[in-house]
Design a protein around this ligand. Sequence first.
Ligand SMILES: NC(=O)C1=CN([C@@H]2O[C@H](COP(=O)(O)OP(=O)(O)OC[C@H]3O[C@@H](n4cnc5c(N)ncnc54)[C@H](OP(=O)(O)O)[C@@H]3O)[C@@H](O)[C@H]2O)C=CC1
Ligand SMILES: CC(=O)N[C@@H](CCC(=O)OP(=O)(O)O)C(=O)O
Length: 344
Amino acid sequence: MRAGIIGVTGYGGMELFRLLSAHTEITEVLLYSSSRAGKELSEEIQHLSHVQDQELRSMKELPSDGLDIVFSSAPSGISTEILPSLVDENLKIIDLAGDYRIKDADTYRAWYKKEPPPQTLVNDAVYGLTEWKREEVQNGKLIANPGCFPTAALIGILPLLKEKVIHPASLVIDAKSGISGAGATPGKGTHFTQANDSLSIYKIHQHQHTPEIEQTIQTCTGSETKITFHTHLVPMTRGIMTTMYAELTDSVTSESIKEIFDSYYDSEYFVRVHREKANLFTKQVYGSNFCDVTFAVDERTNRITVVSCIDNLLKGAAGQAVQNMNVMFGMEETKGLEASPMFP
Ligand SMILES: NC(=O)C1=CN([C@@H]2O[C@H](COP(=O)(O)OP(=O)(O)OC[C@H]3O[C@@H](n4cnc5c(N)ncnc54)[C@H](OP(=O)(O)O)[C@@H]3O)[C@@H](O)[C@H]2O)C=CC1
Ligand SMILES: CC(=O)N[C@@H](CCC(=O)OP(=O)(O)O)C(=O)O
């Protein structure tokens, strides 16, 4: 099988290349770069220079390259411009950006401050939260790979919303991310001198992943709700932790909550539900496609805390994209994603 990667010099693109070059069903990976076409891979991506040296290609070559699948790991807004011309019966597409995730055009405009892609393509795009959308992914041609924060938050909270043990409107999601979540180009807030030794909150009440989480809660559980969602930048390279708070609809036991989680995730290889009040840390998923979850029932306040963590570049981006490719092509879902987390 032949795969292509758009935006390979970015963090998501590099991780895709690392994973795909070790995937036993992929015979060739072609790399496309908008800024460095014609340059040697070994010069541009030195940590993967041993893999298979090749020239980075111009995107103009892509339509005639005979690919089976292309991953687009370009910034939001760019895939609106470049993907419509690639849509073709024989090419499957997985987009890591936000452009095709939001079904309602005005909602997309309001949160992304950009014009959305053609509505027919958005309608056809499948939201690739694999554990919750597997059947749709199987038949998908264009996958809108989920955002990193929504992946962590939704995997943790959807079982409880679906089983109606929490009040949706009471949900507060407090999320923290490592700096690679902001991509490879340093910005004001991600400059070492400002991010190191400091904790910051950003995009208060304005984060573009808010409507994505609300939309998926609606499609997966039927609840139409507005959530409170905050993001923080933590001075670490990778990792996302979401700490979520909600009011219980009834008094429940810890055992019954664990049973709910187990009923959804016992057969899901990439979701590991730990015992109640386990002390999760992002390093326990570092470099892997796992999403780890724990919870704590607070009988005193009748609230529950749910915690989840992922590696933003793996389960939050390239890892879940490869998982979706495996599902689309009927391959073993764990193929190419077998690596255990790196620790410490
Ligand atoms: N970082 C993360 O944790 C996550 C990122 N995402 C999403 O994945 C995508 C990639 O993220 P990330 O790798 O972090 O971002 P980066 O900024 O690290 O990389 C993006 C890459 O896109 C390419 N690019 C830039 N402009 C254009 C253009 N005009 N046309 C085509 N390609 C372009 C560039 O590669 P080149 O110059 O080689 O073309 C660039 O290196 C983004 O949409 C991001 O929102 C989603 C989940 C998590
Ligand atoms: C730390 C950090 O800055 N993270 C980014 C994640 C961006 C992302 O994943 O963008 P999509 O909208 O394409 O999903 C953010 O919070 O905006």
